[in-house]
Design a protein around this ligand. Structure first.
Ligand SMILES: [Zn+2]
Ligand SMILES: [Zn+2]
Length: 471
């Protein structure tokens, strides 16, 4: 199996290179998906396509029915316009190394195809869209048009049932590398955890007027935004230490002309926390602060909250299994295990998958030294470490899970209870919502107040009465 991957290493690396040079952002990875589909067809498989718009998957059958292991590759690029391989027109760039993941997934499949007759379960090769939370406005438009509901790939695929026939997942991801660094890194430690996140797309609306002639006739949307951000910052001490809350925002649009009172201002906000309850609490406080800004200036604010990622709880035992497989695949000297016992402030949609099934992960080296993921110089420069090594590690890990009656896969799936798809979708929906506050600032108080109250009730834990009433 490993020899088969070595034999086809040129083809696997070429796929990674081709995707690197043709980046596409989330839910728009049409050409990347077509490449994956072509590779799967060349393997004699019958891929399913257009899953959550661009997702592609195909099944390799084992010798008998048993657990199904999905090997995941992410299709999407980031938008980093000054990246050396950025698309000229779009600014999209594989600054997170997902091109290597997709190729490693295909590489693992090429190896596994040789040994499926010895395995007691199936493998699904799964190219998933939109891992990165970017272009939120565009994704919300797609949601409004009915093309998707959840704005991240794996959650949307879970909602659609595309993981219903999968029992465990294996992921790889590029990480920071040094010239003499290992090919594979594994994050170990039973206590490893990471934050979940919700994103908010916020629009303040006021009224334009001449800033010199009659500023009193205007309503300054930008100042409403300023009051809101001060109110958000005033919340920080109220977040519980154990919840590890982070709130970051960026002002995506302000006024247009210095001599005109800004009629519109926009914010993008990400709220992160270590628990679902912590997310809900912090998200509600941020909404309260946003309403306060609108209230203070007599503006209105539209708040659209989309769930990003769930908080991550690592699977105990998974890291040891992944590290052992990686050592066997690429040599012990090429594998490093980081014992993580603390909590990480970052977020990943691997955590969403981990809500519904065990997920085992490896990190791969071979990236440009001195650059971190999402920076303008980060890409996979050494395909042996960045593409072929994770392909071998994931293939061997799959064999370990599915050999001998798939005993290891069965033990992992039985280790702790998981959410059902319905529970997952309901919990995720409970973190989302849309409201306008007040619903109609220049209309009589009765107009639309009931509708706004319903919207607020659906989106927030903060009860709000009539449209002119302070919450
Ligand atoms: Zn990323
Ligand atoms: Zn990534």
């Amino acid at each position: 199996m490993l020899a088969a991957i070595d034999r086809q290493a040129g083809r696997i690396a070429a796929l990674s290179e081709a995707i690197l040079r043709d980046p596409e952002t989330g839910f728009r990875e049409v050409r990347t998906a077509a490449r994956v589909e072509a590779e799967l067809r060349a393997m004699g498989l019958r891929p399913e396509t257009e899953l959550a718009i661009t997702g592609v998957r195909a099944r390799l059958r084992g010798r008998c029915p048993g657990p199904t292991v999905a090997i995941i590759g992410e299709l999407d690029a980031l938008a980093v316009p000054d990246h050396p391989f950025a698309g000229a027109a779009t600014g999209a760039a594989h600054a997170c190394g997902h091109n290597a993941q997709v190729a490693a997934m295909i590489g693992a499949g090429l190896g596994l195809a040789e040994v499926m007759g010895d395995l007691d379960g199936d493998v699904v090769l799964f190219a998933v869209p939109a891992e990165e939370t970017i272009e939120v406005g565009w994704r919300l438009e797609q949601r409004a048009a009915g093309r998707l509901e959840f704005i991240i790939g794996k959650p949307e695929l879970i909602r659609l049932g595309a993981f219903d026939d999968v029992d465990l997942a294996i992921t790889s991801h590029a990480t920071v590398s040094t010239p003499d660094g290992p090919s594979i890194e594994v994050l170990g430690g039973a206590g490893a955890s990471a934050n979940g996140a919700v994103t908010k797309h916020v629009v303040f609306r006021g009224r334009a007027a001449h800033s010199g002639h009659e500023p009193w006739a205007g309503v300054d949307a930008q100042k409403a935004l300023t009051v809101a951000t001060v109110a958000i910052d005033a919340q920080r001490e109220t977040f519980r230490d154990a919840d590890h809350v982070r709130v970051h925002y960026t002002i995506s649009a302000g006024g247009n002309a210095i001599s005109s009172v800004p009629a519109e201002a926009r914010l993008e906000i990400m709220v992160r926390a270590a628990t679902v309850d912590g997310l809900r609490d912090a998200s509600g406080k941020v909404d309260r602060a946003l309403r306060a800004g609108a209230q203070a200036l007599g503006a209105s604010v539209e708040i659209t909250t989309a769930a990003g990622y769930f908080p991550l709880e690592a699977d105990p035992g998974g890291a040891e299994l992944a590290a052992a497989a990686a050592r066997a695949a690429v040599g012990a000297g090429q594998v490093r295990v980081h014992e993580i016992t603390g909590h990480s402030g970052v977020s990943t949609d691997v955590a969403d998958l981990a809500r519904v099934m065990p997920v085992l992960s490896v990190l791969s080296g071979g990236a440009t030294p001195g650059y971190g993921p999402h920076s303008s110089g980060f890409y996979i420069a050494d395909s042996d470490r960045g593409v072929i090594a994770p392909a071998k590690a994931m293939a061997l890990l799959t064999v370990e899970l599915l050999r001998d009656g798939a005993a290891r896969a069965r033990a992992l799936t039985a280790a702790r209870p998981r959410m059902s798809r319905d529970e997952y979708v309901a919990t995720r929906r409970s973190l989302e919502g849309a409201e306008t506050y007040p619903s109609a600032p220049s209309a009589p108080p009765a107009g639309g107040g009931a509708a706004r109250s319903r919207a607020v009730a659906a989106s927030s834990t903060v009860p709000v009465a009539g449209s002119r009433t302070t919450p």
